[in-house]
Design a protein. Structure first.
Length: 460
């Protein structure tokens, strides 16, 4: 946990006066919500990370990504505790349609137009500008000189717009919903004005690649190291942050919350786990190689050879769907595997309610491409489904091995088949794992529970 900001220490003189009851003493006898005065959080995140992604040529949303769900549920959890929220959804000047959709989303969400500095078209000009960006990040003296240069005019205007919002809003905390180097100029402004800020880290965007562009590498480093605190969504993400040299005291692990929609829908039904017949398996994710759906299909071929009855439904769409459909034909599983396609909230909940085990053995080829956490595991847990995942990335934070599910080595259809066989042959253990998963999900991963931990860690 991070060290409190000096100003917050000074705000509690009772901590240094014997005999005076302080807010920290009251924390022992009062509910958390009553103990802290309401805070005002200013969240900043790009529109692309926050809201619905629209299919090319279709008129329906495909659903928000993990970052979107995290920020939205956290914000609603904080508002449920009495805090106020202003969320700046960053859009580009030419994104007129997106700006319009944001204006009708929620009263606490407003579009923030971000103008990016234009780089020269020629190679030498781009190299020179990149070098100046590095100087702007690393040298406060150069930064003040470069702020006056014409080629940084666009970001200077955006930063000035942010300063006006900060002056009007007077937030308790400024929170970047994810690490985005397009925001680096705004971060430099906060650093220059000595305005503390925090960052929510999700995983892949934190990783360091040897072929990173130098200026992007420097921007990410300055943004991370200048943060007052960072919320990591898992122990894996915390490790990626520490690889940057970020002190552990500045990092708090804050898992993503489950949406209220999922919690409410799952509360209508008790844990469901069949004790005979087919083993119902389900995966809901974007169909990309990283998720390991092909590994599931190869494991199911082994299950079929063992004579174990099962059915498998896959929710989601993506670039790997055609290859996966071909693999279903190749493995002879056509009668047992169903591709549901893109699913909405109601269909997703029905799929979880009607099956026995959630399975997603995500790959771990590169540390930065591993699952940052895996909120899908927790949504399944809310419905009482045990999960099988791989021992990679943040999945061990989502699935407690042997208690709420089973973790298997990555890239091992054989190990996955053995885990599935075990859960089929031991229905009572499967049911107990599902009950434990459900209890943990509802107790520890609700928007309110995560919001309390967020506020507890970052508003002292």
């Amino acid at each position: 946990m991070h060290e409190p900001h000096p100003s917050s220490k000074a705000a509690d003189p009772g901590s240094r006066v014997p005999g005076l009851i302080t807010r920290h003493m009251l924390a022992q006898v009062l509910p958390r919500e009553a103990e802290i005065e309401p805070s005002h959080f200013l969240f900043i995140a790009s529109r692309g990370a926050l809201f619905w992604v629209w299919d090319q040529g279709n008129d329906h949303p495909t659903g928000p990504g993990g970052i979107a769900a995290y920020i939205d549920s956290l914000a609603r959890g904080l508002m449920g505790l009495g805090d106020t929220i202003k969320l700046l959804a960053v859009v580009r000047a030419d994104e007129k349609e997106q700006r319009g959709s944001l204006e009708g989303f929620e009263a606490w969400t407003v579009p923030f137009e971000l103008a990016l500095d234009r780089k020269p078209d020629n190679w030498l000009g781009r190299k020179a500008t990149s070098f100046l960006e590095i100087l702007r990040c690393l040298s406060p003296r150069c930064r003040r000189l470069l702020e006056k240069a014409s080629f940084f005019e666009a970001s200077r205007v955006s930063s000035a717009r942010l300063e006006k919002i900060l002056s009007a809003e007077k937030p308790t905390a400024v929170v970047f919903g994810h690490l985005d180097t397009d925001f680096y100029a705004m971060v430099l402004t906060l650093i220059e004005r000595r305005i503390p800020y925090g960052i929510i880290a999700h995983g892949a965007e934190i990783g360091r690649l040897p072929n990173d562009k130098k200026n992007e590498f420097v921007k990410r480093g300055v943004m991370l190291k200048g943060a007052e605190w960072i919320a990591a969504n898992s122990h894996h993400t915390k490790m990626l942050l520490e690889n940057w040299g970020i002190a552990s005291r500045k990092i708090t692990i804050l898992h993503p919350p489950i949406s209220e929609e999922v919690l409410q829908e799952s509360a209508k039904f008790g844990p469901v786990s069949s004790t005979g017949g087919e083993l119902g398996l389900v995966t809901i994710c974007r169909l990309v190689r990283q998720k390991g759906i092909d590994i599931v299909l190869r494991a199911l071929k082994i299950l079929a050879a063992r004579g174990i009855p099962f059915r498998y439904v896959i929710g989601g769409d993506g670039p790997e769907r055609t290859a996966l459909e071909a693999l279903v034909e190749e493995t002879g599983l056509r009668s047992k595997v169903h591709f549901q396609g893109q699913v909405t909230g109601g269909v997703k909940c029905r799929m979880l309610r009607e099956n026995d085990v959630f399975v997603m053995p995500s790959r771990g080829e590169l540390e930065i491409q591993q699952e940052g956490f895996g909120i899908a595991f927790m949504e399944a847990a809310a419905f009482g489904l045990p999960a099988i995942g791989s021992k990679t990335g943040g999945i061990p934070d989502a699935v407690v091995d042997g208690q709420t599910g089973i973790l298997v080595p990555a890239e091992s259809p054989e190990a996955l088949a053995d885990a599935l066989t075990y859960l089929y042959q031991e229905p009572e253990i499967r049911k107990a794992m599902g009950s434990t998963a459900r209890e943990r999900a509802r107790r520890d991963f609700s928007p309110k529970a995560i919001a309390i931990r967020f506020r507890d860690a970052f508003t002292k």
